[in-house]
Design a protein around this ligand. Structure first.
Ligand code: SRM
Ligand code: SF4
Length: 558
């Protein structure tokens, strides 16, 4: 059946492989790009935004929006050399709003970049072997991987696979270096022709996300990805990969039948089959995903409509060979890797909590000095935190002192409920935000902390994982948390409950429209009953799932 293509499909097709009019518009005196270019910019890792805090006031003065840009730097596996981290830090002062925002996919975002700053920023990134190409857009996005830097052959091999997928799945067309790099060949990109061998002229129907977990540790939320890749190990030898296919979280309150979905285990393959199998899955989504309505274009809807068995058959047709059944999976943790650890090679790493991923103010200065003096490599985590890697044990005390001098707390001094919480950026930069998240969560989460302390439930083994977003798109993965708070209206949130702290079960909507100021009073009876009736070692998400929403609602009524 032929589909009526959505507007975005036409923009892609007519863009001559992502060129459009970007180059000429970059040279004009406007502070922004036209609509069609705005869509193409995303493939280059750039979002056109405006400060929503001042939009109304400007309108009242008869002024239009004041535009600036968010640039997302794709960082495969979240791995950065010292030099790269320091360069990213400096750029935030020179060309952005003096903050670095670690994302839930191990990337870095700049906010507040002006149009004139785009080219210098992207050129500097390139000079340090970093790129924003395909950090956004209808392509495979930043490849996520468990960042823990323990010395292990298998871990090194998994990271190499992540880097290799990242290189192999980048778009090939030359538009990025023509527009931003004065046509110079980018060291970070393999030069292709004018065409896209994998993606074709209209790229994928929608964004596509891939993450590598580590056996038993689901810190990357593998089930929420288009493809979650779980290594199979024999001792410290990598012997295969199990692929979980068709996950995704975005939904819309107003669009029927949109919903979060966890992926299905599809197959377990040998390590050397990974690239071609992933490419085959991407090809099936490219050729069969919906292109008429972007609300239903994610691969999760294709997998759901076909069923995993028929989807797998399509992948086998592309490969020309059959795929084995998946091995069973077992999850023991969704570790955040925070605190001091011995790497196993004589060095240490230190995982530090960064509230909602925003590196700013004095903490940014402290981190910069720490990296300059003591840290050869930095890794970003899918929980918006940072790991300082390969530290000499002799430097431990000096590093701790330096961090303390800049007000950076060690993780064991931070309440577990705070340390496991995440929020998306929402206001003032996100054009889709309905209500606050990053600016609202710090206060709310400390109120939750006080509530848990009242009931002696503050320990790491029991404090729930809570994630907040300013709209239902789910950027901080609220639906795979134990408690999800999802923007529903101005200053109100839907409360999702019953997810698993291992990311293996979705939370479901419990109450649809709870005012921020009613949040603690709403959670209190549930927390009290959890304390009174929980099974030994039971987590809050598991308790909510076990007792059911009817019971939980009766507690509220009482
Ligand atoms: Fe997201 C759109 C921020 C991870 C689902 N996301 C956006 C935009 C770009 C808003 C826009 O389209 O104008 C947000 C920019 C806000 C800003 O001002 O910075 C935005 N998303 C983020 C980040 C920065 C949140 C964070 O707290 O870190 C994350 C960047 C990740 C990265 O480095 O690539 C981010 N977004 C996610 C995730 C979680 C994940 O991937 O692990 C999801 C849910 C998983 C999924 O994709 O299903 C997610 N973002 C969305 C969606 C809904 C997609 C859908 O299938 O319906 C949108 C809207 C869209 O695509 O139409 C969106
Ligand atoms: Fe914006 Fe919504 Fe994503 Fe938050 S969840 S960053 S409000 S799109």
């Amino acid at each position: 059946m032929t589909q009526v293509l959505s507007k975005v499909e036409h923009v892609k097709l007519e863009s001559q492989y992502l060129r459009g009019t970007l180059k000429t518009e970059l040279e004009n005196s406007q502070d922004h790009f036209i609509d069609t270019s705005e869509l193409l910019l995303k493939f280059h890792g750039i979002y056109q935004q405006s400060d929503r805090d001042i939009r109304k006031a400007r309108k009242a003065q008869g002024l239009g929006a004041l535009h600036s840009f968010m640039i997302r730097v794709a960082i495969a596996g979240g791995v950065l050399s010292r030099q790269q981290y320091l360069e990213l830090d400096q750029l935030s002062d020179k060309l952005a709003n003096s903050t670095l925002r670690i994302t839930t996919r191990q990337a870095i975002q700049y906010h507040g970049v002006l149009k004139g700053g785009l080219k210098p920023l992207l050129k500097t990134l390139e000079a340090h072997r970093m790129t924003s190409l395909s950090a956004c857009g209808d392509v495979v996005r930043n490849i996520v991987a468990c960042p823990a830097p323990f010395a292990s052959m298998a871990r090194d091999e998994i990271m190499k696979h992540a880097f290799s997928l990242s290189d192999n799945l980048k778009p090939r067309a030359r538009a990025y270096f023509e527009v931003w790099l004065d046509g110079e060949k980018a060291a970070t990109l393999e030069e292709g022709g004018i065409e896209e061998p994998l993606y074709g002229a209209s790229y994928l129907p929608r964004k596509f996300k891939i993450a590598f977990a580590f056996p038993n540790d689901n810190c990357v939320d593998a089930y929420t990805q288009d493809i979650g890749i779980v290594p199979v190990m024999t001792g410290d030898r990598l012997t295969g990969f199990t692929l979980i296919v068709g996950g995704g979280l975005g939904q819309s309150h107003t669009v029927k039948d949109t919903h979060p979905r966890l992926g299905d285990p599809m197959t377990t393959i040998a390590p050397e089959q990974l690239l071609e199998t992933v490419k085959a899955i991407v090809t099936v989504q490219r050729d069969h995903g919906r292109r008429d309505d972007r609300k239903y274009s994610r691969m999760k809807y294709l997998v759901e409509a076909m069923g995993i068995a028929a989807f797998k058959q399509k992948v086998e047709e592309v490969l020309g060979s059959s795929l084995p059944e998946p091995l069973p999976l077992e999850w023991l943790s969704g570790d955040d890797h925070l605190g001091w650890f011995e790497q196993g090679d004589g060095k240490l790493f230190l995982g530090l909590f960064i509230e909602n991923g925003r590196i700013k103010d004095e903490a940014r200065v402290g981190l910069r000095k720490a990296v300059e003096q003591f840290v050869p490599e930095v890794r970003l985590t899918p929980q918006q935190n940072i790991l300082l890697c390969h530290i000499e044990p002799k430097d431990k005390v000096a590093l701790e002192n330096l961090l303390a001098a800049h007000g950076i707390a060690l993780p064991d001094t931070i309440a577990p409920v705070v340390r496991h919480a995440m929020a998306c950026p929402a206001f003032p930069t996100c054009g889709l935000a309905i209500t606050e998240a990053e600016r609202a969560l710090p206060e709310l989460i400390r109120e939750v902390q006080a509530l848990l302390e009242q009931h002696n439930l503050e320990a790491d083994t029991v404090a729930p994982h809570i994630r907040m977003t300013g709209c239902p798109n789910g950027c901080a993965r609220p639906y795979s948390a134990e408690v999800g708070l999802v923007g529903r209206g101005v200053n109100s949130y839907a409360i999702y409950l019953g997810g698993s702290h291992l990311g293996t079960r979705l939370a479901e909507v419990f109450l649809d429209n709870v005012k921020r100021e009613e949040m603690i009073a709403t959670l209190e009876p549930l927390v009290r009953n959890f304390k009174a009736t929980r099974f030994e070692h039971e987590r809050f998400g598991d308790y909510c799932h076990r007792v059911g929403f009817e019971h939980l609602k009766s507690l509220l009524a009482a």
